[in-house]
Design a protein around this ligand. Structure first.
Ligand SMILES: Cc1cc2nc3c(=O)[nH]c(=O)nc-3n(C[C@H](O)[C@H](O)[C@H](O)COP(=O)(O)O)c2cc1C
Length: 335
């Protein structure tokens, strides 16, 4: 995947899905989506959500291209965020796309989003006239996420404890069994097994709906987008979630961006199962807020909790038989 170049240059899909056509500056971005009826439909669709800043026909000996620059106000998500999209359309096909947004450029930056996208429009126009592309490439959208196994369970269980036989692992197993008993597919993801980088706050996901990092998070997002129920099993660590789970929550910003750009898919339900070593309900006051914030950020409706305090040793939870039933009931209520 192409990383940030410092000039706002970022493509909306991983380069690995686009063939190179050497000798042309468009080589990494030209593609044919194969979407029929895109041309004017595309314009109408964009006119609905995006304001058209520039629309220019560019005639080459071969054919006529349309260079289209639009802006979308994402201020409802982030104050002052504007997403610029520059497209080259040829008949029904969208053959190139460049995006950048205002959050990529700090106030001290000598360049800014509108300037960058306008310069790119000028560059593309010059290049179309001097060296029009002849080659279309095949393009296949794989939706959100770019790597990792395709997981699409009905019930996704995020297990945040690093202890493989700890209390949260036990709870996750009970939850998976309950989902299976109800006829649903369920998968437990042990976050400590994965390699996931922390979010760096580049905001490039608001250009693309995907993260610039192609690590194990892609598989989690794919599973999250498919699941109807998301269960978080987590211990309380320093009053909040363990670091690996917090990294996942933060990296879900790319999924949030995907929803902003492509529409939400409401109807998901979320459960929280948590354990704390100390005694008292107040030990969960922070973690419940953190988990609710994660769920609300990606349109998951918090739909139940089981919180168990005064539990420290690995697997202690098995000594409290009533808890297994609480967990099974909570899962059966939402699946
Ligand atoms: C690094 C660390 C931080 C912890 N912080 C808290 C805490 O702030 N409050 C608390 O009640 N328990 C805390 N605990 C205790 C765990 O929540 C408790 O041992 C829990 O049962 C572990 O769950 P597990 O068996 O699923 O790993 C902490 C444990 C560790 C290892």
């Amino acid at each position: 995947m192409r990383s940030h170049t410092g000039t706002g240059e970022v493509w909306n899909h991983s380069k690995e899905y686009v063939q190179d056509v050497p000798g042309n500056i468009f080589h990494s971005i030209f593609r044919d989506k194969g979407n029929k009826g895109r041309g004017d439909d595309c314009l109408q669709m964009m006119a609905g959500e995006d304001a058209i800043l520039k629309r220019k026909e560019i005639k080459t000996p071969d054919r006529t291209f349309l260079l289209l620059l639009t802006e979308r106000n994402l201020g409802a998500q982030y104050p002052g965020m504007i997403l610029y999209s520059l497209r080259i359309l040829s008949g029904d096909a969208e053959i190139a796309l460049f995006r950048t947004n205002t959050y990529e450029y700090p106030p001290s930056s000598p360049i800014h989003a509108l300037g960058v996208v306008q310069a790119k429009a000028d560059e593309w126009e010059r290049e179309l006239l001097s060296n029009p592309p002849e080659c279309k490439t095949s393009y296949e959208s794989r939706g959100i996420g770019t790597s990792g196994e395709a997981r699409t369970p009905d019930v996704l269980i995020l297990q945040g404890s690093p202890r493989p036989a700890g209390n949260c692992s036990v709870m996750a197993g009970w939850a998976r069994d309950a989902a299976a008993h109800a006829g649903k597919t369920a998968e437990v993801i042990y976050l400590d097994d994965l390699m996931i980088r922390a979010c760096i706050g580049c905001y490039q996901c608001y250009n693309t709906g995907t993260c610039i990092f192609g690590d194990d998070m892609a598989g989690i997002i794919r599973a999250l987008s498919a699941a109807r129920v998301v269960i978080v099993c987590t211990p309380v660590y320093t009053n909040t979630v363990p670091g690996s789970l917090k990294v996942v929550f933060d990296r879900c910003q790319a999924y949030h961006a995907h929803q902003v750009l492509n529409g939400h898919s409401p109807g998901k339900k979320g459960l929280l199962f948590s354990v704390a070593g100390r005694k008292g309900g107040e030990n969960f006051s922070c973690i419940t807020k953190v988990v609710d914030a994660f769920m609300e950020n990606i349109q998951i409706r918090p739909s139940g909790r089981v919180l168990i305090d005064d539990l420290d040793r690995t697997g202690d939870i098995r000594n409290f038989p009533g808890i297994e039933l609480q967990i099974r009931n909570a899962v059966e209520r939402v699946v």
